[in-house]
Design a protein around this ligand. Structure first.
Ligand code: GDP
Ligand code: MG
Length: 163
């Protein structure tokens, strides 16, 4: 079975780091179609035996702080639309920000399977930054470290459950 996973979230939470880790050495295909897909990358990825098509969203931070740029929102909405399951990343070391709340609202509106990923959870405990994410209303946050490859076994289980 092939399915599509989209990785979304505000800038700097580790989306591309997770994308690169899940895509492994496979060459990422850069989609340079004009419009909303301009900043999006796609590749095949896997966790163990679970294989999927992956979408990384980039999006440039524009406009006033705390607001979502139109471009970022459109790109995220397009990725959610294309995806069977969406991974919403946030930075558990920083905690939930206003911009994370905007993304959370977008995902709740979409009414499609979403897994909330608390990234940057390696090393010292960041429990507070994990628990406060329950306020996003997207279910249990899954602690991950995209950089160190931690939490992927739990992510595997969440993905399988969401399919
Ligand atoms: P994106 O803007 O969401 O695509 O984020 P990037 O993947 O570019 O990562 C932003 C920054 O966070 C980079 O400096 C990464 O090295 C760092 N980063 C990503 N994942 C982790 C992680 O699991 N732990 C830590 N400590 N840093 C991370
Ligand atoms: Mg990125």
């Amino acid at each position: 079975m092939t399915f599509t996973l989209a990785i979304v979230g505000r800038p700097n939470v580790g989306k591309s780091t997770l994308f690169n880790r899940l895509a492994g050495k496979r060459l990422a295909i850069v989609d340079d179609t004009p419009g909303v897909t301009r900043d999006r990358r796609e590749a095949m990825g896997n966790i163990s035996d679970l294989e999927f098509r992956l979408i990384d969203t980039a999006g440039l931070e524009e406009g006033a702080p705390g607001t979502l740029s139109d471009r970022m929102r459109k790109q995220t909405e397009a990725a959610i639309e294309d995806a069977d399951v969406t991974l919403m990343l946030y930075d558990a070391r920083v905690g939930v920000t206003t911009m994370d709340e905007h993304f959370g609202a977008m995902l709740r509106r979409a009414k499609k399977p979403v897994i909330l990923c608390a990234n940057k959870c390696e090393g010292r405990a960041v429990q507070e930054g994990v628990f406060e994410a329950y306020t996003l209303g997207l279910g249990d946050p899954v602690p991950l470290s995209a950089e160190h490859g931690e939490g992927l076994a739990d992510l595997y289980q969440f993905i399988v459950s969401a399919l």
